[in-house]
Structures are given as structure tokens and as C-alpha cells.
Design a protein around this ligand. Structure first.
Ligand SMILES: [Cu+2]
Length: 185
């Protein structure tokens, strides 16, 4: 995901809800590229990690073989894992329309951690009295932006999330649990 962040810290409803399982600092930044779909970013420190969650526009994802063959200049190449296949197979699966990625860094050295055991699940925030929606698990691919170096290595996939909705995203990194609440654009 290309990062062009205008820093807008979202205050109010979203940040007022305490949903932290892990710990510490949280900031949500967002950018609107004018087309309506921007990238929302949230950073938390937990355990020995600095965990940055980015949810933005759908990304084209390539296998390494495809990348070698097609020489794409935009999108992301998968190092491990597999692509989310929205709309095929499982009943009720929605076609992905966003890209969700988690960047894991060692908090002290700021080195990228590229071999972590990761799980990510998300569910829409529902109001009081509304039925909870079952969490969706993100099939974990390890990838990096084609226009970025190894420092961009991250975890995630293309997902379906409704623009304009708030989501709880729960993440486990080598047993360290963190919960985010973000407004998806
Ligand atoms: Cu990605």
C-alpha cells in the first residue's frame, strides 16, 4: 500500500469506545485521496511489537511467479500464503473491496518481523441491542508492495469491509493479542 498520509486524528465516537485487549498507545490516522476511498491507519504497541494496521483500497496481489512473468509495477507480491478468493465457493462470501495489512515491527529496533505467527479477524461494530456479526478470519498472506523493499513486508489480504462502517479488528502476533477499532473508508 502506498502511503500518502495527511494526518487526521479521528476523535469522537470511534476512539471513545475502549476495546483494548492488549495495551498502550493508539492513534488512528486517515487520508482521503479525493475518490472517497482512503486508507485508515492505526498503530498500537503490544508486547515487544509495534503493530500498524492499514485498511485501504483493494490491491492487486501477485504470486512470485506472476510477478516474474508480468513485471507489474503496482500492487503487491506474495511471499507466502494465498490470495483471498472472494465470491467463489463459500456461501455468503463477499467480493473483497479493501486491502487489510498488518505491519509488525520490533518496538525497540524498529526491524520488521517477517516470520511471526499471525491471526487476524474482524467484525462490524454493532449498536446496543443489535445482533453481533460473526468474526471473519483473514487468510494470512505475507507480502510486500512491488514498489517497496523488504522493509515493507507485512501480513494480511484483500477483504470485504463496508465503506463508512466501524469494525473491530482483533490481531494475534506470536500469542500477543491486540484489538483495534477503526472506521473503514
Ligand atoms: Cu498488503
Amino acid at each position: 500500500m502506498v502511503k500518502l498520509f495527511h494526518t487526521v486524528v479521528l476523535a469522537g465516537a470511534l476512539s471513545a469506545v475502549p476495546t483494548m485487549v492488549g495495551a498502550a498507545s493508539m492513534a488512528q490516522q486517515s487520508t482521503d485521496m479525493g475518490g472517497g476511498m482512503g486508507t485508515v491507519q492505526a498503530v498500537k504497541n503490544a508486547g515487544s511489537y509495534r503493530l500498524e494496521l492499514d485498511i485501504g483500497p483493494l490491491e492487486r496481489m501477485y504470486t512470485q511467479a506472476e510477478a516474474r512473468r508480468l513485471h507489474p509495477t503496482h500492487g503487491e507480491v506474495m511471499l507466502r500464503g494465498s490470495m483471498a478468493m472472494g465470491g467463489m465457493g463459500s456461501m455468503g462470501a463477499m467480493v473483497p473491496n479493501h486491502h487489510l495489512e498488518l505491519h509488525v515491527m520490533d518496538r525497540q529496533s524498529r526491524r520488521v518481523v517477517s516470520d511471526a505467527m499471525i491471526s487476524i479477524a474482524y467484525q462490524p461494530v454493532v449498536g446496543m441491542g443489535q445482533m453481533a456479526v460473526a468474526p471473519q478470519h483473514v487468510p494470512i498472506a505475507v507480502m510486500r508492495g512491488l514498489d517497496a523493499g523488504m522493509g515493507d513486508i507485512h501480513y494480511g489480504n484483500n477483504v470485504y469491509m463496508r465503506s463508512g462502517s466501524a469494525y473491530n479488528v482483533s490481531v494475534t502476533v506470536n500469542g500477543v493479542k491486540v484489538a483495534y477499532q477503526v472506521g473503514v473508508m
